[in-house]
Design a protein. Sequence first.
Length: 290
Amino acid sequence: MDARVGAAFNRFYELITPSKQQVERALERVEKVATKMREMPSVGSPIFVQHRVMGSYARRTAIRGHSDVDVMLEFERVTPIEILGSHTLLTGIRETLGQVEDSTVQVYEFQEVVRLEYSDGISLDLLPAVKGDRKGYLFPDGSDGWRITDPCAQEDYFKRQDIASEICLPKFTRGLKQWNAKHGGMVRSYHLESLAAELAPQLNSDYSIASFEFFELASRSINIADPARHQGDLSEYLAKSERAAFESLCKASAGKSISALIAQSEGEQGRAVRAWADVYGRPFPEWEYL
């Protein structure tokens, strides 16, 4: 990669990464929530055991302004979990956290998580989880029932794919998530992260070439099996028209990437940087500010 193009990509990844202060502030709030959860009444309900940070903050793929902090709240079952509706547990968490300072608390729209939104823009998504009889955990399914997943298997998968790749997978994924956000978040974060992880070992170590390769491959298919092997095809939530629209976006981005790579090959680094800014959008740096 040309030096100035490489500098532009590095600056882009830096600009979209949450600051150290933001991460520390978010994690401090997570600890305060965990402390508060120990006050939750346990009569007839699962008992709170521990918490763990999951998702983008755990995988280092969070981006500024678009990534919530996912926190798993683990409970120990005291009765057969099927008897207790998941909404009852979500409501209990919401009521326990109703007095958290400088935040609003609500059961999220699909009734899968409890969300704490703070005045400075940080949000915590709290996922209650009950250890299953087999591997994995039971999470709310949005319909007062339960579904199973395995966060440990998920994290192990992403770590293996990062090791098998020539690029830094978390860094590259942050760029793709910003690109997705630029276009209105056409696909879900976990779906996009899983697709990036699946394709990453096939990608070039040069982030500009890797970008083209990802868009080209994704334009052919966005089907990806859940790394935890519980949710099936992660693209199933997309309607046919939504799937076609995202694949068209990938194809268009691949075409723009070719233009940027041609500019690089011709030594036109300014034109190349501007072309990559057209692909990824702000805050990809403009040539003049490198």
